[in-house]
Design a protein. Structure first.
Length: 370
């Protein structure tokens, strides 16, 4: 018999229930005016997103993947170039590099799940052109250090900020440090649409203009001139309208995520678990995911599932070990350990206090039974 779910891992129905009037109104405007592609809602959202992130420009796209691949193309990364990427990330970070014809150089991560600075420095060679630091689970990679290393070696920096909207270091937002910042609005992201979506943020007017043209088949929409063989990958107007509604609520949602994280920490700190709290002065964690680590691996995650707590165990098999991707496994010990040990607990603003308590009690009961 299947276990009844007591606490869901995500709950978009609750978000809709909360925002129904605003989302329905946005839908009504777009549908009544027949504005679907490259219209005012897209521009409005781009303006608000750029202001939120702290950049001059934002360009709405189909997906986080497109944000990455267009950032690579816009900064001139091509065949023969090497791009450094973390071994522990969502596969799209690496696939974007491969699909522009460049060579990904994988490096291990640290205990905060983000790129290891020593490994990054060691991986830089004569063909290295760029690095993609990923801000995983709502916590930023050490960007002051990454920017310093990149400046020393003349590298392009493309931030994969897909999991970290609203995160910051000393008040400077994720996605505002590198040449570009890449965003995903996949439905279960902290700022999630109702389908795929993404964006690039940048302070560079030329990069923004290049990506804006390439998302629309290479066309400059003012002059009609084609500037290259481009793509069709705009953020839909309807999605932009929905995302603009949700963006206004994001600061409140982030505070709620941080409060839930504090509650988890208060009650789970004495257990043999590694919790995602890293004492880095000035780093503001926004908890896209609350990922704990335990040497019990699947025994722990299966126990929680068995008690009706939905959890995520990304990624038990690192992407570089999937044969079809033809990537070299050079041995990444921290990534390997993380892959065996991770378990993300439910984390979203609409979690009710009784549900949080149930998750805590269930985690405690696992260890009580050992
Ligand atoms: C770290 C990271 N990079 C890239 C992506 C790709 O984003 P998308 O699914 O919108 O293409 C995601 C989202 O799943 C992600 O989490």
């Amino acid at each position: 018999m299947e276990t009844a779910v007591r606490v869901r891992f995500v709950n978009p129905q609750r978000t809709y229930a909360q925002l129904r009037a605003e989302l329905d109104a946005a839908y009504h405007v777009v549908m009544s005016n027949g504005e679907f592609i490259d219209r005012s809602q897209l521009r409005q959202f781009e303006t608000n997103l750029a202001a939120f992130v702290g950049t001059r420009y934002a360009v709405g796209l189909n997906s986080g993947y497109d944000a990455l691949q267009l950032s690579l193309r816009a900064t001139g990364i091509t065949a023969g170039d090497e791009v450094i990427v973390p071994a522990h990330t969502f596969v799209a970070t690496c696939s974007a590099v491969v699909n522009v014809g460049a060579t990904p150089i994988l490096v291990d991560v640290g205990d905060d799940f983000n790129i290891d600075l020593d490994a990054l420095t060691r991986a830089i060679g004569p063909r290295t052109k760029a690095v993609i630091p990923v801000h995983l689970s709502g916590f930023m990679a050490d960007m002051p250090a990454v920017m310093e290393i990149a400046a020393r070696h003349g590298l392009v920096v493309i931030e994969d900020a897909c999991q970290s909207i609203g995160a910051s270091i000393h008040g400077r937002g994720a996605g505002s440090w590198g040449n570009t910042g890449c965003w995903s609005f996949y439905p279960f992201k902290m700022l999630g649409g109702y389908g795929d979506g993404g964006a690039v943020t940048t302070n560079d007017a030329e990069l923004a203009a290049w990506i804006r043209r390439m998302r629309y088949n290479g066309e400059d929409r003012t002059t009609g001139e084609y500037h290259g063989h481009g793509f069709t990958c705009l953020l839909d107007n309807l999605q932009a309208a929905f995302l603009d509604v949700k963006l206004k609520h994001l600061p409140t949602w982030i505070r709620r995520r941080q409060a839930i994280a504090a509650t988890y920490r208060q009650h789970l700190a004495d257990l043999p678990l590694m919790l995602p709290h890293y004492e880095r002065v000035g780093f503001d964690h926004v908890y896209q995911n609350y990922t704990v680590r335990t040497s019990h691996g699947n025994a722990f995650s299966n126990y929680l599932k068995g008690q009706g707590v939905e959890v995520l165990t990304q990624f038990r098999k690192p992407y570089y070990r999937h044969a079809a991707l033809m990537l070299e496994d050079r041995g990444y010990p921290v990534t390997e350990a993380i892959s065996r040990e991770v378990c993300s607990l439910p984390m979203y603003p609409e979690l009710e206090d009784a549900e949080i308590q149930y998750v805590i009690d269930t985690v405690k009961s696992f260890f009580a039974s050992r």
